[in-house]
Ligand binder design. Structure first.
Ligand code: ADP
Ligand code: MG
Length: 598
C-alpha cells in the first residue's frame, strides 16, 4: 500500500472541484465526528490512535482523538479548519488514485462550525518545527498560538451541536449514540490491523487492539478467541482484485448480516452486492435465512472504485462489480470446500468480554453461535417400515467412485437414538451424532443434482397418478414442466388444471401413496421467496427433502451404517441442502471437560 501521507501541504480546493464532490452533512451525530477524526488520524499515517469519550448520564460531552501521525505545521493547522481545504487531493482527477479515507476537506470545518474544538499538533518528521494550539468554536477562532506538544495531533471536540439545537434534539439516547460509536470503531479497527487502537469511555477501556500483521489478532481481540478459531482463511487473486480475509465455518451463523465486514482498499464499506456474493459462496452450507460472519479485505485498482458517491463514503460504486462478485463468491466457496466443517459441541468456555455501559442489545454476549432447532418426532418401528426404509436406501446409493478425497474419516455406527439420530464413532476416537434425515437428504441431493449422469434414472409408475391443482398453481406447474422432465418427472397436462404423472425419479424410492407427489408439487409451486436459485436447483432440493427418510423412522444399525457410509461419499457431507448441519461432534477431550475430568 502506498503511504497515506504523500501530500503534506493543505490547499483550498477550487470551486469547480468543490462542485464535483459529493457534498452533504457529514457531522450528524457524535459517531460521525469520531469517524472523521479517526479517519484523519489514519490518513496521517498514525501507528497508535487513542479515542476518548466522556459522557454524563444524559449525553456524550466530549470526544478526543489523539494520534502519532505526521502532525501539522502552524500554517496548515489553521488552514485545516477552512472549508474545502485538504492535503489529500488537488484536482478532481486525483480521485481516481486517492487512497486516503478523506479528500473533501470538509470535516474539520463542519465540526468546528457546530462545536468547540481544541487542536494541538506538531509535525512528526521535523524536530525543529513548533507545536500549535488552536481553539475554535462555532467557526470562530478563539485562540491560536505556539504550544508544547508531542509529535502528532490531538483534537478535542466539546459542546457538540451547542449552537444547532435542532440537531442536538435529534440525538438519540447516550446508549444509542455509544452503540453507533462502537459499531463504527469495530469496522475501522478491523480494516486497520496495523494500527494499535485504544478506545476508552469515561476512562474505562472498551475496545483495544495491538499493532499486528494479522487481522485474526484484531478479530480475536474484539470478538474473542472462540470466534477466531471458527474462521477459515480466504484468499484469491484476479487481475481485477485481491482478496484476503476470514469467514466463519457454517456452524457459526447469524440471522442478520451485521457481522460481515468488507474493506475496500482499507476503507470499511457497506456493499449489498459483495455481502450477497459472500452468502452465495456458502451455497447450501447455510440455511437461506442465515448469514455468515466474514471479514474481507479487498484490494481493487483505485480507478475502478468510485468513493465519491456518498458524503460519509460508506457506499462506494465499483466498476465491473458483477465480475468481482463472482470472483468473491468462488473464493468463499473454495475456502470452504475440503475443510472439516463438523461443528464441535464445546463445553461452556469463559464468558465473552462484556462491554460496560452500552445499550442492552450490545451488552448481551455476541450471539454468533447458531441456535440449532431440534426437530421433534415420535419414534415408531414396524416391520413394514423397516423393509420400506431398506428399499429406499438401496435404491439411492451413491456410486463408490466418488469416494476419492472424502473429507470424512470412516465412521462406525454404534447405535440409533430417538428415531432421529445416528450415533457413530470415527477412527480418531470422536463421537459423532448424525441427523439421519438431514444426512439422507444431502445424499439424495447430490445424486439428484449430478450433472454428469446424463439421462436421469426414472421409474415408470404402474398406475399413473392424476393431480388437480388450483388455476394459479397449474400456471406455475405448466411453466416448470420442461424443467421437471429434465429432472425425471414425466408429467403431462391432462385437461384443465389437471395433470397426469407417468414417471418419477428413482431417488424418490417406491411411491407408497400419492401424498408424496402432492407434497412435492406443492413445494415446487409455492414460490420460495428470497431464494435465488434456478428451477433445476429448486427441484433437486425438493426431491431430496421429500425423498429422504423422515425423522422418526427407526432404522436398523445396518441401515444407519449405510447412511453414514453414503454420507462420506458426498462432496459436502456437513450440511443438508438447506444448510442445517448433518452432524455434530463430541471429542473425548470435550467429554472429559464436561465431566470435569481435566
Ligand atoms: P480531509 O480529510 O477530507 O482532507 P478534513 O477536514 O478532515 O478534510 O481535514 C483537513 C486537512 O487537515 C487534511 O487534509 C489534513 O491535511 C489535515 N488533518 C486533519 N486531521 C489531521 C491529523 N490528525 N493529522 C494530520 N493532519 C490532519
Ligand atoms: Mg478528513
Amino acid at each position: 500500500m502506498k503511504p497515506r501521507s504523500a501530500h503534506t501541504i493543505i490547499r483550498v480546493l477550487d470551486q469547480a472541484t468543490v462542485n464535483k464532490i459529493a457534498a452533504g452533512e457529514v457531522v450528524e451525530r457524535p459517531a460521525s465526528a469520531v469517524k472523521e477524526l479517526v479517519e484523519n488520524a489514519i490518513d496521517a499515517g498514525a501507528r497508535t490512535i487513542r479515542i476518548e469519550i466522556l459522557a454524563t448520564k444524559l449525553d456524550i460531552t466530549s470526544v478526543r482523538v489523539t494520534d502519532d501521525g505526521i502532525g501539522m505545521s502552524p500554517d496548515d493547522a489553521l488552514l485545516a479548519f477552512t472549508p474545502h481545504a485538504t492535503s489529500k487531493i488537488a484536482a478532481i482527477t486525483d480521485l481516481d488514485t486517492v487512497r486516503t479515507l478523506g479528500f473533501r476537506g470538509e470535516a474539520l470545518a463542519s465540526i468546528a462550525a457546530v462545536a468547540r474544538v481544541t487542536l494541538i499538533t506538531r509535525p512528526r518528521d521535523d524536530e525543529l518545527a513548533p507545536g500549535t494550539k488552536i481553539v475554535i468554536a462555532g467557526g470562530e477562532i478563539l485562540e491560536n498560538g505556539p504550544a508544547g506538544a508531542p509529535a502528532g495531533t490531538s483534537i478535542l471536540v466539546e459542546d457538540l451541536f451547542y449552537n444547532t439545537p435542532a440537531r442536538k434534539k435529534f440525538q438519540k439516547s447516550r446508549q444509542t449514540e455509544l452503540a453507533h460509536v462502537h459499531d463504527l470503531l469495530e469496522g475501522i479497527f478491523l480494516s486497520h490491523p496495523g494500527i494499535a487502537f485504544r478506545f476508552t469511555y469515561n476512562g474505562a477501556e472498551q475496545l483495544v487492539t495491538d499493532r499486528s500483521t494479522s487481522p485474526l489478532d484484531t478479530i480475536a481481540r474484539i470478538y474473542g478467541a472462540g470466534l477466531a478459531r471458527d474462521l477459515v482463511f480466504v484468499s484469491g487473486q484476479s487481475p481485477l482484485l485481491a482478496i484476503t480475509g476470514h469467514i466463519s465455518r457454517p456452524s457459526v451463523s447469524r440471522k442478520d448480516n451485521a457481522r460481515i465486514f468488507i474493506a475496500i482498499n482499507g476503507r470499511y464499506v457497506t456493499s449489498p452486492a459483495i455481502t450477497n456474493a459472500i452468502k452465495e459462496g456458502y451455497g447450501t452450507l447455510l440455511p437461506k435465512d442465515r448469514f455468515p460472519v466474514a471479514f474481507l479485505n479487498l484490494e481493487i485498482d483505485t480507478s475502478l472504485v468510485d468513493v465519491n458517491v456518498h458524503p460519509t463514503k460508506k457506499l462506494v460504486r465499483i466498476s465491473r462489480e458483477p465480475e468481482m462478485a463472482r470472483f468473491i463468491r468462488d473464493a468463499v466457496h473454495d475456502a470452504l470446500s475440503g475443510q472439516d466443517l463438523i461443528p464441535d459441541i464445546r463445553p461452556p468456555g469463559p464468558a465473552q468480554p462484556i462491554m460496560a455501559d452500552l445499550s442492552p442489545a450490545q451488552k448481551t454476549p455476541r450471539p454468533y453461535l447458531m441456535d440449532t432447532v431440534l426437530p421433534g418426532g415420535v419414534a415408531e418401528s414396524t416391520h413394514a417400515g423397516t423393509v420400506n426404509t431398506d428399499q429406499r436406501l438401496r435404491q439411492t446409493e451413491l456410486a463408490p467412485d466418488t469416494a476419492a478425497g472424502s473429507t470424512l474419516p470412516p465412521l462406525h455406527v454404534i447405535g440409533e437414538f430417538g428415531g432421529i439420530y445416528i450415533l457413530a464413532t470415527s477412527e480418531s476416537g470422536e463421537l459423532l451424532v448424525i441427523d439421519q434425515h438431514a444426512a439422507h437428504e444431502r445424499i439424495l441431493y447430490e445424486i439428484a443434482g449430478r450433472k454428469d449422469t446424463g439421462e436421469k434414472r426414472v421409474q415408470e409408475l404402474i398406475a399413473p397418478v392424476i393431480l388437480h391443482r388450483s388455476p394459479r398453481e397449474s400456471a406455475i406447474l405448466l411453466e416448470i414442466l420442461p424443467a421437471l422432465r429434465d429432472e425425471g418427472f414425466h408429467i403431462e397436462e391432462f385437461g384443465r388444471d389437471t395433470f397426469i404423472v407417468r414417471a418419477i425419479p428413482v431417488v424418490l424410492g417406491k411411491l407408497e401413496d400419492t401424498s408424496l407427489l402432492e407434497d412435492i408439487i406443492s413445494d415446487l409451486v409455492s414460490a420460495e421467496r428470497g431464494q435465488r436459485v434456478d428451477n433445476r436447483e429448486r427441484i433437486t432440493r425438493v426431491v431430496a427433502c421429500r425423498g429422504a427418510i423422515k425423522a422418526g423412522t427407526v432404522c436398523t444399525q445396518e441401515q444407519c451404517q449405510r447412511v453414514a457410509d453414503q454420507l462420506r461419499l458426498t462432496k459436502n457431507p456437513f450440511t443438508c441442502p438447506h444448510g442445517r448441519p448433518t452432524m455434530i461432534r463430541l471429542s473425548k477431550a470435550d467429554l472429559d471437560a464436561l465431566f470435569k475430568r481435566t
